[in-house]
Design a protein around this ligand. Structure first.
Ligand code: C2G
Length: 135
């Protein structure tokens, strides 16, 4: 019986924090499905101005050995249906989201993994723009 793991995110300008999350998520099952925030969801709802387009971010994720499938995340509300649609056993997110998705516990296992300190796409963008922002 194939154990399927799902996680969600923007995954813009990939860094070791993203890789650590995906690597650990994959160890929780046999297949990892990443639900990737669309440009519209990022810009209109999440308030994130992603640098790379959805297509480019998808291409990068699909090249990773930990990732088996990538589909689009278009809104906050699709998670419960995604778990049914993609036959998910485990839902995983970084622990900045601790507790936020416990409502899914009646559908699948819910796991929050410690986030990787000292790295974020926001900080990378700030440094590149010369704002000498937070490390
Ligand atoms: N992450 C991490 N360590 C970091 C940065 C990110 O563990 N230093 C994790 C996040 O907790 C998340 C994943 O990597 O689980 C992707 O991070 P983002 O692309 O920032 O995703 P986010 O904006 O949190 O979107 O519906 C859920 C949202 O789409 C999650």
């Amino acid at each position: 019986m194939t154990k399927r793991v799902i996680t969600y995110g923007t995954y813009d300008i990939l860094h070791r924090g993203h890789i650590n999350l995906l690597k650990r998520a994959k160890t929780l099952g046999d297949e990892l499905i990443v639900m990737l925030s669309t440009d519209e969801f990022n810009q209109d709802i999440k308030g994130k101005d992603n640098y790379y387009t959805y297509e480019d971010r998808k291409l990068v994720l699909e090249a990773l050995k930990y990732v088996d499938e990538v589909h689009s995340e278009e809104n906050w509300e699709q998670k419960a249906t995604d778990i049914e649609k993609y036959d998910i056993d485990v839902f995983v997110m970084g622990d900045t989201w601790e507790g936020k998705f416990d409502f899914l516990k009646d559908k699948c296992e819910v796991v929050y993994l410690p986030r990787t300190e000292g790295v974020s796409t926001t900080a990378i963008k700030e440094r590149l723009m010369g704002n000498k922002g937070a490390k």
